[in-house]
Design a protein around this ligand. Structure first.
Ligand SMILES: Nc1nc2c(ncn2[C@@H]2O[C@H](COP(=O)(O)OP(=O)(O)OP(=O)(O)O)[C@@H](O)[C@H]2O)c(=O)[nH]1
Ligand SMILES: [Mg+2]
Length: 360
């Protein structure tokens, strides 16, 4: 950035604030629609529950869209399309219905369109249908949906001749390692009493995240409830963005520029971070949190000392300090949410503002 654009930026901070908040709103409202294809019993519902939280599919109210396709609205930002009947018998009919659905999808608003396709194949069957290969090809080539092959019930890759089922699938579907993942979506005990633990879920989330266009990444990060790292990475990016903006605010030549001028930015940041963790608090609650950070709590004191803020004097704040203070608040909040990730995942989390702001 050269110095003239920097000056211009400084003076246009209200417009920039509007841009940031508009972007935030768009991101927070963006919808995730996942289309899950696979034969009956391959483990589609189990997989979706593993990735998006317990009993997502069972609790979601399913309604048949058309033959073989059921739409399940999980929440206002997230729907799943569950397909059945890609069996040998009658598969052509189902295939046609799916194609019609994809054609119709093009006419929908961006938010309603399919964002990701998972095609599930059970490792236990060790079979791949021509209909599945054809369907996957069309999903990718004709409709350009980001798509992944999920090998479910993955406990035995090699067959009796040492040949891997995953290699066979890769070859048949012409996919790279980045587009395929073996998973065990539920912990089970075999006949010998051996526990087969869940596996491949984090990897599936990461690979799916990577193939999504940027505009859809955040919706996916928000809804998935398994991979803490991609939530944390997204939070870091957001903290960075808001902190940089706080620096711009501090540079603004307004005489009463003080810590409270940073509050709207920090409020936006805290709301945004919450949404990444799938949390949706009232503006009042977020205001309370932002104020707590600016207040007399330990964090507040640290923030104030960073800003060299003298109550009552209303000293102009230093840009570097504004960046640092905003970063501190963001990191503190994100790390608190990280620590409580298990509770968030179980839907049992409650925000305790005193605890968030207690220790730096
Ligand atoms: N061992 C094992 N069993 C699994 C796994 N995933 C799913 N199952 C079991 O497979 C059965 C079918 O799973 P579902 O998730 O209902 O399969 P589905 O594809 O949704 O089936 P439909 O809704 O009928 O199309 C259930 O008993 C699951 O517990 C897995 O990774 N390992
Ligand atoms: Mg199902």
């Amino acid at each position: 950035m050269n110095s003239s654009t920097k000056t211009k930026k400084t003076y246009n901070f209200i417009e920039e604030a509007q841009d940031i908040f508009k972007e935030m709103k768009k991101e927070m409202e963006s919808k995730l629609n996942i289309f899950v294809i696979g034969k009956t019993g391959v483990g589609k519902s189990t997989l979706v529950n593993a990735v998006f939280g317990r009993q997502v599919v069972e609790t979601g109210s399913g309604s048949p869209v058309t033959q073989g396709i059921e739409k399940i609205d999980i929440n206002k930002n997230f729907s799943i399309y569950d397909t059945k009947g890609l069996e040998i018998k009658d598969y052509q009919k189902t295939q046609e219905k799916i194609e019609d659905f994809f054609e119709n999808d093009k006419t929908k608003t961006a938010n309603e369109q399919i964002k990701l396709v998972w095609l599930c194949i059970a490792e236990t069957s060790r079979r791949v249908e021509d209909a599945e290969i054809e369907m996957f090809k069309r999903v990718k080539e004709n409709y350009s949906y980001p798509a992944m092959i999920v090998i479910t019930k993955a406990t035995q890759d090699k067959d009796e001749n040492g040949k891997k089922f995953s290699d066979f699938v890769k070859e048949k579907f012409k996919v790279k390692d980045s587009e395929i993942q073996r998973v065990i979506a539920i912990e089970v005990e075999d006949d010998d009493g051996n526990i087969k633990k869940k596996k491949g879920i984090e990897e599936l989330i990461e690979k799916s995240f990577n193939i999504l266009p940027d505009a859809d990444k955040m919706a996916f990060v928000k809804e998935q409830k398994y991979n803490k790292k991609i939530k944390n990475d997204a939070a870091k990016k957001i903290i960075h963005k808001y902190s940089a903006f706080a620096g711009t605010v501090a540079l603004t030549p307004i005489p009463f520029s003080d810590i409270y001028l940073l509050l709207p930015t920090q409020l936006g940041m805290l709301t945004h971070i919450s949404s990444i963790y799938g949390l949706n608090f009232s503006t009042e609650k977020m205001k309370e949190l932002a104020l707590a950070f600016a207040g007399t709590t330990a964090t507040g004191v640290a923030v104030r000392s960073l800003l060299k803020f003298i109550p009552g004097v209303g000293s102009a704040i230093n840009a570097t300090a504004a960046v640092g203070a905003t970063e501190l608040i963001g990191k503190q909040y994100a790390s608190y949410l990280d620590k409580n990730f298990e509770k968030i995942r179980q839907g049992e989390f409650e925000l305790d503002i005193k605890k968030v702001t207690k220790e730096m």
